[in-house]
Structure formats: structure tokens, C-alpha cells
Write a protein that binds this ligand. Structure first.
Ligand code: COA
Length: 168
């Protein structure tokens, strides 16, 4: 299925029926994603099928943030300043239950990583960080080279340098 990636405020987007199986992520898309997008809190990109009525099949939201130096594994801390390092945060990522397992989560994640890499040529970005919702989501991120942070087993990061290598 060919997908279009577009901002959540695109006129075509219908999000009422989205259900990824995690209430909080459904509610975010339906109630908060659009206003947060407008206010500059987090930008949301949705995937809609090229042919269809605009129903969202998946989405991700990103914002800027930081990672405390002491939360990085020891071997990543070396040579870094003593203050927090800048990071892109993938704050939400979800795929509708009916469409899971077809590669859409991967497409969304890679799209968010490509965007982070692009931005990193103009803005200081050391890594991309995600907070996995559960162990299963964590396994998904580990597959793409994310590394656990030391403060929370469900918090993960991937250095921009690794993203560049992966996408080259
Ligand atoms: C996690 C999620 C985004 C994955 O999306 P998806 O479209 O189902 O994943 P894909 O089909 O793109 O899978 C890509 C790869 O990850 C693997 N994968 C997908 N979900 C996985 C999971 N929960 N655990 C382990 N591996 C997983 C797939 O097997 C596939 O690997 P393969 O190519 O080697 O077969 C989706 O299942 C989802 O929305 N879950 C509910 C919400 C959630 O937990 N979101 C994460 C936010 S923290």
C-alpha cells in the first residue's frame, strides 16, 4: 500500500477511528496532537493511504529535548561536555492495530530519523531519544540500533552519527 506522509493539520486527515491498542497514544492523536502541532509543542506527521478517505494508519510526533550526560552509558560520555546534550525526542509513534506488522512502524521511525539527521546539519543534535511504552516497543527500537539509557530501562537513544551510518 502506498502511503502519504503529511502534517496532522492537512485537510485530508481523519483521526477519529485510530486505534493502536494503547489508549494514551490514541487519545494523544485524537485530542492533543493537532493543538500541540500548532503551538510548537511537538510536530506530528501522519501516514494516510494514497487512495482512501484520509484515515490515519500511523503517526509520529517529534520535539526537541536533551539527555542528561550521566544517563548515557559510560563509553558515550567520554569527551562530552558536563552539561546535558541536545537530542531530538520521538515522543510518540504508533500504528493502527489493523495495519501493524506491515512495515509502517519502520517507515515512520526511519522518516523521523531522516528528519533528525537533516536537521542536525543546522542545529546541534547529539542523538535521538525515545521512551518506549513497554518491553515490546523497546524490542522494536532495539532492532534499529537504539541503546538503553542508564536512568530508565525503557528510555533509549541512538547517536546521530549512528543514524548517519545506518541511512547512508
Ligand atoms: C510498535 C509499533 C509502532 C510497530 O509498528 P509496526 O508497523 O507494527 O512495525 P513494523 O511492521 O514496521 O515492524 C518493523 C520490524 O519491527 C518488528 N516489530 C514490530 N513490532 C514489534 C514489537 N512490538 N516487538 C518486537 N519487534 C517488533 C517487526 O517484526 C519488524 O521486524 P522484521 O522486519 O525483522 O520482521 C506498533 O506495533 C504499535 O503502534 N504498537 C502500539 C503502540 C506502541 O507501543 N508504540 C510504541 C511507542 S513507545
Amino acid at each position: 500500500m502506498e502511503l502519504i506522509f503529511c502534517p496532522i493539520d492537512d485537510q485530508r486527515v481523519k483521526r477519529e477511528n485510530f486505534d493502536c491498542g494503547v489508549g494514551e497514544l490514541n487519545e494523544y492523536l485524537q485530542k492533543y496532537a493537532r493543538q500541540n502541532h500548532k503551538k510548537g509543542i511537538a510536530k506530528t506527521v501522519v501516514a494516510i493511504p494514497e487512495t482512501g478517505n484520509g484515515e490515519v494508519v500511523g503517526y509520529y510526533s517529534i520535539a526537541v529535548g536533551e539527555i542528561k550526560r550521566e544517563f548515557l552509558p559510560e563509553n558515550y560520555r567520554r569527551g562530552l561536555p558536563r552539561y546535558p546534550v541536545p537530542a531530538m525526542l520521538v515522543v510518540k509513534l504508533a500504528v493502527d492495530k489493523t495495519m501493524q506488522g506491515r512495515g509502517i512502524g519502520e517507515e515512520l521511525l526511519l522518516e523521523s530519523l531522516r528528519k533528525s539527521l537533516r536537521l542536525s546539519s543546522e542545529v546541534g543534535i547529539f542523538a535521538v531519544k525515545v521512551d518506549a511504552k513497554n518491553e515490546s516497543a523497546k524490542t522494536f527500537y532495539l532492532k534499529y540500533g537504539f541503546i538503553p539509557l542508564e536512568n530508565d530501562p525503557l528510555s533509549l537513544f541512538i547517536p546521530i552519527a549512528s543514524i548517519a551510518k545506518m541511512l547512508e
